[in-house]
Design a protein around this ligand. Structure first.
Ligand code: B3K
Ligand code: ZN
Length: 875
């Protein structure tokens, strides 16, 4: 029942949106959790939405219909039409109640959508369209309802029976089972419904809002994991306080619960009052989690909490509007992390995601605007475009309006739409009305896909004391959209004199060394009054999600890197310098890197005023994925060779400096605070580059760090460094030691799987096969699959792209297997195969032949169908 694949591959279109024909007054659900099937009874009060004679079409999948009653009268089979995924009923009255009883099979639900079991605990995932796997319902976000949920179960086995809202009763039934009832007073779409039943350890705390409401905070984790729950709880409290302070938004129920489960398709889910989280995004202690894990947990806990207003209280009219809640909530969680931590380092991570993943998505077969126009499987659109480019669009709005007007816009948006399901246009209208700024051209960012290229030419006219910046914008055609228009692009610039001092220039009467150029046309020239030749950095702080095409001279870059006052932009300019020379080396294998690179790095390494975490990022050679963006068709081998050569060049020339900085920043005793995190990042970045040298001395240093380490950040950094050493004995010993220590703790073992999966080792496929037999590996658990297969396909560039095609064959085999276990995970995992256009023809052909075989699968899920059919060549 649970895993048959529904094969409707019809696309849905935004332009076809129609209001729901029926609305819902209240939904009352009863779940009888037995060891076998779960029986669900749904009592729903419907009323007609306007004048019409349309039928009520309920969505329902993977369940057995037991009975339907209309106003408590049993219907017979002629009264309704039951199809594979719908139940259609034509009522004769405008208001009525339907009682539908159906049975579902959570124990065999490996898709992890709807109601399923995670290591013996029941839990749900309903977004986007999982509620239809629970009961027959209008499974769309614009049908809002209050929900009352009764859960009947054996409390000896399931001591905690949870759902949304407030618990209003608990009593023992005649049969000895317990019935718990929850009521959610806020109307919500069914995708925010949640149910959890299980045995957990519980961490409790409380938070008092600025309106004086005392909120009980409850965090449920697998037994034995309480010591790993505190960081998530502290993060939640920080998020609650931050949202009050920065956005004037306070929590609205008396209880906020988070449940961590090990089987989960994504990071977490913002169900009203009852978030369900992937345990990876909750559990942390210094022994088992890295600094990156700590920061990611803080940001995800924040993200789900922030959804309470941007997503739950104001939700989406239809799924095409997903970025309304996701782009905005990502922006909010980014600002939360930036206000609490290093603004520059956070911005670097955000820019990397855009360049390495979002630009690639836009250049590939799944290109779509942040508000897509057509969708086959909604789960395929929880993308870097909708989320991260969506957040960049909000960030541009924020920079155009400024913080104050932006916050006024937010207040107006919430005031107007609280309790409603609305559109991206509604959001932009609120921003426009509150600020008085015309956003009509800006709105194009919602409907146009693709990465704009901004070409810049500059000219200084000494005689007239003017500096001209000539800008041309163009967005290359994408797979989904051939025609493009000019966008409103804010380009932040800063001017410096040649001796590195800020230099104020005047544009339209405004004089400053930092200016925002509002580009709105295809070609535009901006003329500044300027007394001497400036050097200029463009697109500071990544002010728009575009590619910059401007030819910097090396020495100008060097001057700017030292002069720049924005730490992010220093990093960005250093990337530009690296990339310019990597490109030369890709074209010419004999190329020798300029001493300028190492001289600059030496200078930066000795500058004690710099943010150490930012400096750690500066030391990292641009990734393969970010380099791909700079080529029409890439020579994979030449790019990898150039990257290695650059890293080795830096290691050889700066061995002394790197060793010194390593020693100055390496601490044996663990502390968790911003400074300690930055020091670890810097020391480990040095260690990673030094590992390129693979000398006995470096090997000893790596082994020593592993042996001394009292925290996972340093442990993992030494493991990754050891993976680079030519002599494999140290690596093997370290890996065996880690296995002995952590076997049985699958979440931690994911790091071990990932370290193997990323190693550039010619026996990698044998290794992957062996690891699949490891007792902690489990094909049904997405975390395990992502740690092993995902890391291999996404980050082991030399082996995944091995010219024999064996890496592609391996991934295709895995996808075939996952297609029947968990279509959502299979479809996520296929990304590196469908983004093949930048590779050479030989590799493209190898990939296409694998994709063709997958396309032939008789039970291909619609998730994979959508991606594969879009990526196969048409002829
Ligand atoms: N809203 C969920 C994602 C649901 C994904 C469904 N395939 C988590 C989040 O973005 O907060
Ligand atoms: Zn979200």
């Amino acid at each position: 029942m649970s895993n048959t694949i529904i094969n409707s591959t019809k696309a849905q279109y935004l332009k076809d949106y129609q209001v729901p024909p029926f609305l819902v007054r209240n939904t009352e659900l009863t779940f009888e959790l037995n060891s076998g099937f779960t029986q669900v009874t749904a009592v729903v009060q419907y009323y007609k939405n306007g004048e019409h004679n349309l039928p009520l079409v309920l969505n329902g999948e993977h369940q057995k219909l037991i009975s339907i009653q209309l106003n408590q009268q049993l219907l017979n089979e002629n009264d309704y039409e039951l199809e594979e995924d719908t139940l259609t009923f034509t009522p004769q009255v405008d208001e009525f109640e339907l009682t539908i009883i159906s049975q579902i099979d959570p124990a065999n639900n490996t898709s992890l959508e709807g109601l399923y079991l995670s290591e013996g605990a029941y839990c749900t995932q309903c977004e986007a369209q999982g509620f239809r796997r629970i009961t027959y319902f209008q499974d769309r976000p614009d049908v809002l309802s209050t929900f009352t949920t009764h859960i009947i179960a054996d409390v000896k086995q399931y001591p905690y029976l949870l759902s949304n809202g407030n618990k209003i009763s608990e009593h023992t039934l005649d049969n000895g089972l317990t019935q718990v009832t929850w009521q959610d007073p806020y109307k919500k779409p069914c995708y925010l419904f949640a149910l959890v039943a299980g045995d957990f350890d519980l961490l409790t705390d409380s938070y008092t809002t600025n309106t004086g409401r005392k909120v009980a905070l409850e965090l449920f984790v697998d037994k034995g994991n309480l010591h790993r729950a505190e960081h998530a709880m502290a993060s939640l409290k920080r998020a609650m306080a931050w949202d009050e302070e920065r956005f004037s938004l306070a929590y609205d129920l008396d209880i906020y619960m988070i449940v961590a489960v090990d089987f989960f398709n994504m990071g977490a889910m913002e169900n009203k009052g009852l978030n369900v989280f992937n345990s990876k995004c909750v559990l942390a202690d210094s022994q088992s989690a890295t600094d990156a894990d700590y920061l990611s947990i803080e940001s995800i806990v924040g993200h789900e909490y922030f959804h309470n207003w941007t997503g739950n209280r104001v939700t989406c009219r239809d799924w095409f509007q997903l970025s309304l809640k996701e782009g905005l909530t990502v922006f909010r969680d980014q600002e939360f992390s930036m206000d609490l931590g290093s603004r520059a380092v956070n911005r670097i991570q955000q820019a990397k995601i855009m360049r390495e993943h979002q630009f690639a998505e836009d250049a590939g077969p799944m290109s779509h605007p942040i508000r897509p126009e057509s969708v086959i499987e909604m789960n395929n659109f929880y993308t870097v475009t909708v989320y991260d480019k969506g957040a960049e669009v909000i960030r541009m709005l924020h920079s155009i309006l400024g913080e104050e007007k932006f916050q006024q816009g937010m207040q107006l948006y919430i005031e107007r739409h609280d309790g409603q399901a609305v559109t991206c246009d509604d959001f932009v209208s609120a921003m426009q009305d509150a600020s008085g700024i015309d956003l009509s051209q800006f709105k194009l960012w919602y409907s146009q896909s693709g990465t704009p290229i901004v070409n810049i030419e500059t000219h200084y006219n000494e005689a007239q004391s003017i500096y001209q910046i000539k800008i041309t914008q163009g967005t290359p055609a994408t797979a989904d959209q051939p025609e493009k228009q000019a966008l409103h692009i804010p380009i932040n610039v800063a001017f410096y004199s040649e001796d590195g001092e800020p230099l104020a220039l005047t544009l339209d009467g405004h004089t400053s060394n930092e200016q925002v150029i509002n580009l709105t046309q295809t070609n535009q020239t901006f003329t500044f009054d300027c007394s001497k030749q400036p050097i200029v950095s463009f697109l500071r702080d990544f002010s728009a999600p575009v590619k910059l095409d401007y030819q910097y001279a090396d020495d100008t870059l060097a001057q700017l890197i030292l002069a720049e006052t924005s730490a992010y932009t220093k990093w960005e300019l250093m990337q530009t310098l690296y990339i310019q020379h990597l490109k030369l080396n890709v074209e010419n294998a004999e190329y020798v890197y300029p001493t300028l690179i190492t001289e600059l790095l030496a200078e930066l390494l000795s500058d004690t005023r710099l943010d150490k975490a930012m400096l750690a990022e500066v030391l990292k050679v641009p990734s393969f994925a970010s380099l791909l963006e700079h080529f029409e068709q890439a020579d994979v081998d030449a790019i990898l060779r150039a990257q290695n050569a650059l890293a080795l060049h830096i290691a050889e020339n700066l061995k002394t400096e790197l060793t010194q900085v390593y020693q100055n920043n390496y601490r044996q005793t663990y502390q968790y605070n911003g400074e300690a995190i930055a020091e670890r990042a810097l020391a480990n970045a040095c260690l990673s580059i030094l590992a390129e040298l693979a000398t006995d001395q470096i090997q000893a240093l790596i082994v020593e760090q592993y042996q001394q380490s009292d925290n996972m950040t340093n442990t993992l950094a030494s493991m990754s460094a050891a993976a680079k050493l030519k002599a494999q004995s140290s690596f093997s010993q370290i890996m065996e030691d880690f296995n002995q220590k952590w076997q049985g703790d699958a979440l931690v073992m994911d790091k071990w799987f990932a370290t193997f999966a990323k190693q550039d080792n010619d026996d990698i496929l044998t290794r992957l096969d062996q690891l699949q037999q490891h007792p902690d590996f489990n094909w049904n658990n997405p975390n395990r699959v992502r740690a092993l297969v995902g890391q291999f396909a996404m980050f082991n560039y030399p082996q995944f792209h091995h010219k024999s095609g064996r890496g592609y064959q391996y991934l295709a085999k895995v996808i075939k297997r996952l297609n029947s276990i968990n279509p959502q995970v299979a479809a996520r995992m296929i990304t590196p195969l469908i983004q093949y256009k930048k590779l050479d023809q030989h590799r493209q052909n190898l990939i296409i032949s694998e994709l063709k075989k997958l396309a032939e699968l008789p039970t291909l899920s619609k998730d994979l169908f959508e991606k594969i059919s879009k990526s196969l060549p048409t002829s």
